[in-house]
Write a protein that binds this ligand. Structure first.
Ligand SMILES: Nc1ncnc2c1ncn2[C@@H]1O[C@H](COP(=O)(O)OP(=O)(O)O)[C@@H](O)[C@H]1O
Ligand SMILES: [Mg+2]
Length: 457
């Protein structure tokens, strides 16, 4: 690792201490910047990428723990070391809980500081996390695999934990890409049927006839092409769980047959009048609003009530933007591991872009964007250039760019020109104010004043 490219932010309100720390850190070959308050540190992290933060706890405007929490919520990839007073065990504990990489007690032992910094930087590329992740990938569907700390996701995970052990039929609703299948797998993995099979059927993928034989099986010669007897998916799911995805796409005829299975727990192969008992738990998912489908006569109300015994709603990503940094970090690790790439994180401008986008394709779209970015990334950090162009379209100030004057007689004031230049620069920097100011050759204060004057947020 080339140490000159490693940028460490030191946060301490004791100017003497700050100076000493910066000097010693630089003497180890790192780049060091200093700042005297937690609030300013949070701001800094939104302006430039840092590889590590060394932070004091007691500071005037915002203490180190609060700053740590805010930084972690914005960018979980940066390792943060907390410096505490010798006596303050509780502070050290809360720092670790809030996601600090480690803590150091004051007065600092500089050898220990150097070792801890080096160890934390080793983690860049997130080796241990990756190892754990590699073991987990595709293997288990623990509730821990549902990433998200926002209120709606916490509620969802609690709900899943509560209903999983029951035998109840569960209807999982939510837009495409929100994680419905993940929820179904978590329910199965946390149920008493966890040792049994989980059979996934996409009801939208097959025609009516094929779906019937897929679900219930068929006898030899039941229809043209049925040259062998075939066991259906329900039978395969015996003593386990069947997950009927996209159930809103099922035809009325199939809905009637499914209703019978749910009521009687028995099936009939296509071409047979023999009924077979089957022991399955049914989970279903749809991105449609089934109440509307029922009202429109496209979905049987009796089936709807049977399925809807327990309903789990998975919220769209735009209603839980707090989860974006965490998901982004998770997918970054996942795809950096898979692609064997060392990437430290996202630049603030690219992270802002991810946060401002509306994500119509939800978590799946985010996952795809991160995967693509990891593959394209050449540097240490993922920048806006590696993100899909569609993400730039959602900027709120985009619409505010005034059209150019329509005729020569339209007066163009100096102010208009300034405003256009600022908006253009803002757009080009992905909304990053510091970069915008730098680009325009004005200081940040001036930029903020102008933005306020022009009524741009
Ligand atoms: N909360 C989450 N944490 C981690 N990964 C998620 C989460 N939600 C969705 N994903 C991932 O996003 C992708 C789409 O999820 P999926 O369950 O297939 O969505 P849906 O069935 O609602 O269309 C999958 O790769 C899934 O693992
Ligand atoms: Mg799905």
């Amino acid at each position: 690792m080339n140490q000159n490219t490693i940028n460490i932010l030191v946060v301490d309100d004791d100017s003497g201490h700050l100076m000493t720390l910066k000097t010693i850190i630089k003497s180890w070959g790192f780049t060091a910047e200093g700042i005297d308050d937690g609030m300013k540190a949070v701001q800094k992290v939104r302006e430039a990428p840092y590889d590590l933060i060394l932070m004091d706890v007691r500071m005037a405007l915002m203490n180190g723990i609060e700053a740590l929490q805010q930084i972690k919520a914005y960018n979980p990839s940066i390792p943060i070391l907390i410096m505490t007073a010798y006596s303050s065990v509780e502070t050290a504990v809360s720092a670790m809980k809030a996601g600090a990489y480690d803590y150091l007690t004051k007065p600092l032992d500089f050898d220990e500081l150097k070792m801890t910094i080096e160890r934390a930087l080793e983690h860049v590329g997130l080796k241990e996390e990756n190892k754990a992740l590699r073991e987990k990938l595709g293997l288990d569907f623990d509730l821990k695999n549902i990433i998200g700390k926002s209120r709606p996701m916490k509620d969802l995970v609690d709900m899943v934990a509560m209903i999983a052990p029951s035998e109840a039929t569960v209807l999982i609703v939510g837009e495409s890409g929100t994680g419905k299948e993940l929820v179904a797998r978590a329910i199965q993995a946390n149920s008493s049927r966890r040792e049994g099979p989980l059979v996934v059927v996409n009801c939208a993928a097959l025609t009516e006839t094929l779906l019937e034989s897929e679900l219930f099986g068929h006898e030899k010669g039941a229809f043209t092409g049925a040259d062998k007897k075939r066991e259906g998916r329900f039978m395969q799911a015996h003593k386990g769980t069947i997950f009927l995805d996209e159930i809103g796409e099922m035809s009325m005829m199939m809905q009637a047959k499914l209703l019978r299975v749910i009521q009687e727990r028995e099936i009939q192969r296509v071409g047979s009048d023999q009924t077979l008992k089957v022991n399955v738990r049914i989970l279903a998912a749809t991105n449609r609003i089934l109440e509307e489908e029922v009202a429109a006569g496209k979905f049987r109300d009796d089936l709807y009530y049977r399925l809807n015994v327990v309903a789990v709603k998975v919220p769209p990503l735009r209603e839980r933007i707090d989860d974006i940094p965490l998901l982004t970090h998770y997918f970054l690790n996942k795809y950096a591991t898979i692609n064997r790439k060392q990437i430290k994180g996202f630049t603030p401008a690219s992270l802002d872009m991810l946060l401002k986008y509306s994500w119509p394709g939800n978590v799946r779209e985010l996952e795809n964007a991160v995967e693509r970015a990891v593959i394209l990334a050449l540097g240490d950090y993922i920048s806006e250039k590696e993100l899909p162009l569609s993400l730039t379209k959602s900027y709120s100030f985009e619409q505010k760019i005034p059209e150019s004057p329509k005729s020569a007689s339209d007066a163009v004031s100096l102010e208009d020109i300034q405003k256009q230049a600022i908006l253009k620069a803002l757009k080009e920097t992905g909304g990053n104010k510091s970069e915008t100011a730098r680009k325009l050759g004005i200081n940040r204060r001036t930029l903020y004043m102008k933005l306020e004057k022009f009524g741009v947020k």
